[in-house]
Design a protein around this ligand. Structure first.
Ligand code: SF4
Length: 482
């Protein structure tokens, strides 16, 4: 089916951001909690990590049942669904498709039959060797129902569980085989399991609510169900949660400490804490350091909602330039809003963001955004501000230029579409038509999370991939683009 202008426009906005990944959540209750309702609240808090589909799997006395569908959490989890399931433990997932098409079959949790009964799995991340594992398995007769990495992981667990009497061995073997960034929450007939990849690229934390335990991609989901944050899983750690509480195993797989730095810049909610560092504080600090690295004379600092706002506040505090609102975001735009009869590409940006003319007219504006991916949206925003009467627009970006594709679970366009892969800062400034442009340096960025207990992946900024990736995107000629 041919896309209409509005759909192209929506894709423009979508492609001009690094897109969210997925959110995972799980609860093991020793207090007769309504675990399905807890999953609902947890996923609601993680909705920003994926809006395409969501679902829940519930373990009731060893029997696992599930429900999943396309749509947002409040659309899929109706009162009827919430009342349909009971159990002692449940896991949930909210999905943005990084691998596998946006189809109901690919929604999660994924439930498979294996040696001990049913196994449900909720996965955030991306494997770099999934295709190879899938090919090898298919050549030995394995059949896959979906196109997701998650099924590859589930199939490996099942296969290794046949060969071993011990689930821990099966999980360790799976982790030895797969490579990439992943956080997993799994339901077996007896326990709930949490796993974080050996580099800790994707986040996963543990919380406690009375005698019950919670696993979540972000601590804001623990807050949503009233659980206290205990800690983040360590890279390469497996935790089993059962009647005896938490049992933890640290694998000795080669790895490191490489949390995706974009969790702090953009993906995570500002009220989350990751590996000991507040996301809000990180964004504030990024804005302050941006003001030190790229000062400018101006009358007003504004942020591009939502994730540019806190950095804008930091820039204002450091520079002494007043902070104010300059762009108003429509909070209700989403895929369901796409209507064939709607107008041109610019319309989509205007529907999503509108300048506050009264605040910016006649002023020299510092506009803070969290990133520039392709540059098309930035150009439209600068243009909107100028049309609304801004005398000057100085763009400041609270992350370094994105020059390389992500292979660990974030939906970046191919490298040839990343404007910073082929253009200098001055060329990007010309492209977005700003009066000046400054990016935060990688050195400053990795020092913004205060009190962080981890290191960071910065591969899309400096090409230093912690896990080898296919070099498809790194071959194109720089001269071709700018
Ligand atoms: S490559 Fe970039 S987006 Fe991907 S995990 Fe690393 S820092 Fe995050």
């Amino acid at each position: 089916m041919k896309k209409n202008d509005f759909e192209y426009a929506y894709d423009d906005i979508r492609l001009d951001k690094l897109n969210e990944e997925c959110g995972v959540f799980g609860i093991y209750s020793n207090d007769n909690l309504d675990v399905v309702r807890s999953v609902y609240y947890g996923l609601y808090a993680l909705q920003h990590r994926g809006q395409e589909s969501c679902g829940v799997a519930v373990n009731n006395n060893g029997e696992i049942s599930y429900y999943k569908d396309m749509g947002l959490v409040p659309e899929v989890f109706t009162e009827h669904i919430l009342n349909c399931f009971t159990g002692k433990m449940a896991i949930g997932h909210t999905r943005y498709s990084t691998t596998g098409s946006s189809l109901r079959e690919n929604a999660q949790p994924m439930v498979i039959n294996y040696k001990e009964g049913k196994l449900a799995l909720a996965h955030n991340g991306n494997l770099v060797n999934a295709a190879q594992i899938r090919q090898e398995a298919e050549s030995q007769g394995a059949i896959f129902q979906t196109t997701t990495d998650t099924e590859v992981i589930a199939s490996l667990i099942s296969r290794y569980r046949v060969k071993s009497d011990d689930m821990l061995d099966a999980l360790k073997n799976m982790m030895r085989t797969v490579q990439g960034g992943y956080a997993l929450v799994i339901l077996t007939p007896r326990r709930m399991v949490g796993i974080r990849d050996p580099f800790g690229i994707r986040p996963l934390c543990i919380g406690k609510l009375k005698n019950s335990y919670v696993l979540a991609s972000e601590s804001c989901a623990l807050d949503a169900v009233g659980a206290d944050y205990i800690r983040d899983l360590n890279p390469g750690e497996i935790v089993f949660i059962g009647d005896n509480g938490i049992e933890s195993y640290q694998t000795d797989l080669p790895g490191g400490s490489k949390l995706c730095v974009f969790e702090h810049i953009y993906f995570a909610r500002p009220d989350s804490v990751m590996d000991g560092a507040s996301v809000y504080e990180s964004r504030l600090e990024a804005g302050k350091r941006l003001a030190i690295e790229h000062p400018v004379e101006a009358d007003l600092v504004i942020g591009v909602p939502d994730s540019g706002l806190t950095a804008a506040l930091g820039y204002s505090r450091q520079s002494g330039i007043p902070y104010g609102e300059g762009l108003i975001k429509n909070r209700y735009i989403g895929r369901t809003f796409i209507q064939p009869e709607q107008g041109q590409r610019e319309t989509a940006v205007r529907i999503k963001l509108n300048p506050l003319k009264q605040a910016i007219e006649g002023k020299r504006i510092v506009m803070i955004d969290d990133s520039i991916v392709r540059g098309t949206t930035s150009r439209r925003i600068v243009q909107m501000l100028k049309e609304a009467g801004a005398k000057e627009v100085h763009m400041r970006v609270s992350s370094p230029p994105i020059k390389y594709s992500c292979h660990y679970g974030i939906d970046t366009p191919s490298r040839k579409n990343l404007v910073a892969a082929s253009c200098t800062v001055e060329q990007i400034r010309e492209l977005v038509a700003a009066d000046s442009l400054g990016f935060l340096s990688v050195e400053a960025l990795v020092n913004t999370p205060k009190g962080s207990k981890c290191g960071f992946c910065t591969a899309c900024l400096d090409g230093d991939y912690p896990i080898d990736v296919p070099d498809e995107g790194n071959k194109f000629s720089i001269e071709q683009k700018c």
